[in-house]
Design a protein around this ligand. Sequence first.
Ligand code: SF4
Length: 489
Amino acid sequence: MSRRWLFADQLGPHFLDERKQPVLLIESKAVFRRRVYHRQKAHLILSALRHRAAELGDQAIFLRGETYGQALRTVREPLEVCHPTSRRALEFVRERDGVTVLPARGHVTSLEDFADWADGRRGALRMEAFYRFAREHHGVLMDGREPAGGRWSFDTENREPPPKDGRLGVPAPPMPKEDDIDAEVRADLDRWAREGIRFTGRDGPRRFPATAGEATARLRHFLKHRLAAFGRYEDAMLSTDPWLAHSLLSSSFNLGLLDPVEAVRGAERTYRRQGAPLAAVEGFVRQVMGWRDYIWHTYWYFGKGWGDSNELGARRSLPDWWRDLDADAVGARCLADVLTGVRDRAWVHHIPRLMVLGNYALQRGWRPAELVEWFHTRFVDGYEWVMTGNVVGMSQYADLGRMTTKPYVAGGAYINRMSDYCGGCRYDPRQRLGEDACPFTAGYWAFLARNRSRIPANARMARTMKQLSRLSDLDAVVAQEKRRGSDPP
Ligand code: SF4
């Protein structure tokens, strides 16, 4: 049996054919020189890789050095590797003699499944249609030929604002316990920082699983105690509770520690056997085998140039306070809290990412490619394949709608409805002009004014555009937002 080379995001047992298969693991320091990573993300990657090497013991050759190329020169036997997760890595493995590239793993659907589905379609390749195909194809949440409960989507039930008392009544997610490997990683990262490798964000206890065992324990706890509340509150934001009822499993899927098939099947079992609410289960399944798989496939299917799309002509560079996660420089309560979460935990859930961070950047006209890099390096679950679709296609609308029918842009009213932020903020979500003008509300109208000729005039935008044309103070709002520029709000 050939030795299986596992990248640092292919660490779970589902990346091997047999439990005892010989393995090659490589730790490359050069990876951390190329980009400025969040300290806790760098820690998680190294910790997961070293934990896997320790688990495998003599079964694995574990090489630690500067580059992959240098490490590979010391390996004399043929290798096989599962399809890597970035274009750069795919090119790299394809150029190596003696390396066989196998199909990708770590997703519910295969690249071929997606291509078969996509090639035969006319019009836009929307997530919703792919998700239906994937559920039918894999028989997930299906009652015969019909979707469980008679509907494909329970999205409308899954948009509740947070409870008024700020309590969801679910137990907190179990946190991993650090061990000697984590201590060694921390000491190495301190030394690398002294040698000149730059990190950002704050160090902190490891909050995300570094082994398949820890990831499975977190999944079980989620299914048993938290999934039922996940659905209704999946879009809610609370200053007092960053985790809400989210699974905190995205980094485990993306490190390859946890097989998403296991999570999807486990969620379905809680619905069928334990009576978990269908809306919650469907919401979770949609995130994992809908959105996650769709984002993975579109990264490959739409090709290299897609990631460079910038159809709204966003030209501004990310400001330093944003790059450096300087949350203390920000007065707007929602943005300050979310940026604090990124700085201190390298994680916030999908709505702060989309409707606070992404929304703010979209309104300001910041370059989508820089944002992809920023999300990639600042989040524990960030990878190029993850962030290209989520940022370029979804949050920045930079491809003018290959993924979504309208831009994810919103004013303060949305944040006010879905969070507890606005009450304690120096700005007023209803104001778009003047000292108290909410930067999201003002930014919303300024964005629409700037892009009115670029945004397709479809039915979902018609009412908004009509409102825009009736605003008597629009010129003043646009001038105000120009003055504010990219300064911290
Ligand atoms: Fe955010 Fe505006 Fe609400 Fe302040 S008023 S918390 S800036 S949405």
